[in-house]
Design a protein around this ligand. Sequence first.
Ligand SMILES: [Zn+2]
Length: 237
Amino acid sequence: MYKTEGIILRNTGVKDKDVILTILTKDFGKKNIYVRSYLDPKTKYFGRLEVPSHIEFMFIKRKNSTYLLTGLEQIRGFCDMFYNPYLYTLFSIGSEVTLKMLPYEERNELIYKWFKWFLYFLNSKKMEEYLAVYLIRFLYLSGFFPIKNRCGKCGKKNPLYFTVSGLEIFCIDCVKDGKRFYPSYVLEYIKRMFEKDFLKKIQFKGIKEVIDFLILFIEEIVEEKILSYRVLATVGK
Ligand SMILES: [Zn+2]
């Protein structure tokens, strides 16, 4: 029997009324947990295991090496998030990146700590900034930061405009066509986000470009689209 706390990233129906939860846990990394009869209104867990609930739970390892939920206490449900589609989409971006990039069963308490921080503080005036800081922390803790600030072809430092390809940046003189270009302040901003109390100090107009760059960078890593980011443009704030 194991016990830990975690945040539900995904809830997928399987057969009958069973579901598989993908949970970012404090002590065991990202984990899939099987729940029997969850979709039956008579079960004691009904409605308490929705994304993005913060829960404390118990589970056992079954003979076939999968895990089964055996006990639950909901710490906070965050169901109010559904009433704000823009906020929920921002959360979904952070969650989708975590789902796609983080390997299973790899314990990383700092990633858990930052994801929890992101979930609890996202509903504020600076919601885009909170997403950006989470993505930067996540990339850093996953070993992808810092990004080199020199053009991968000509070596120019801090180019005025740059794009990203294969986890390197390229200045506008070296890559003429194709991808989006970003102004140099995007990299400067990312660097400054590691400063203490950075979010309290600054309100930043270019935050959307920072997020756009981070998503492009992440899509280069996972080699697929972050779908919830495509949705963001269609959701009004
Ligand atoms: Zn160059």
